[in-house]
Design a protein around this ligand. Structure first.
Ligand code: FES
Length: 206
């Protein structure tokens, strides 16, 4: 009987110790919750970090050119040895989707980079040597060497790309806002930069 009582007491002690241990563990893992003010600070801090990250990413995105040089959308550097003769058949640059053209305007040598896409419905006009003009195979629109509209359903002359010409004397000449052929003024071309990311649409059949 005495031994049974001792065993019961031992078991009770063990249960008590286990309960005490559990209580201690519970106490050690309990974390105090942030106050409402702290919580708002956390939210504000996270929002600020997110916005700052987005602004940084945007600045980096804008500071790098989106297109590499030599791919459509970027700038093409043209060597003068690649140019057509003044007044002669234009030369196609299919990788840049433009024509190198050197029309003679009012007796003046000029240069213009013509977008190779028809302004009607987007076909690709071809240069026809015997007619000395561009002719669109789809619906027959025709354009002069300068890109000027001649006839057909096209609503305007060929578009062109913004261009900078660097001359051997160190001077430069650039496309105007209308994209008119650039006069060379008797100067020698050192190189030409055609920006296929900057298309100039003609204001009608001019
Ligand atoms: S797409 Fe060129 S004439 Fe229609």
């Amino acid at each position: 009987m005495a031994s049974t009582s001792a065993a019961t007491t031992k078991a009770a002690d063990a249960r008590s110790k286990t309960a005490t241990k559990a209580a201690e563990n519970e106490a050690s893992v309990s974390v105090s919750l942030p106050s409402r003010r702290e919580f708002l600070y956390y939210i504000w801090g996270a929002s600020f970090a997110l916005i700052a990250g987005e602004i940084t990413a945007g600045v980096l995105w804008l500071s790098y050119p989106r297109f590499a040089e030599g791919e459509f959308g970027g700038t093409f550097t043209v060597d003068p040895t690649d140019l057509p003769e003044s007044g002669g058949a234009p030369i196609s640059k299919p990788e840049g989707r433009f024509w190198l053209s050197r029309p003679v305007m009012d007796g003046q040598e000029t240069f213009v980079a013509l977008y190779a896409v028809c302004t009607h419905l987007g076909c690709l006009p071809k240069w026809v040597d015997v007619a000395h003009r561009f002719e669109c195979p789809c619906h027959g629109s025709k354009y002069e060497l300068s890109g000027l509209y001649i006839e057909g359903p096209a609503p305007r002359s060929l578009d062109r790309f913004a261009t900078t010409i660097i001359f051997t004397d160190g001077t430069t000449a650039q496309s105007n806002a209308s994209g008119d052929p650039i006069p060379l003024n008797g100067k020698t071309i050192q190189s030409i930069q055609v920006d296929t990311g900057s298309r100039i649409m003609r204001a009608g059949k001019v």
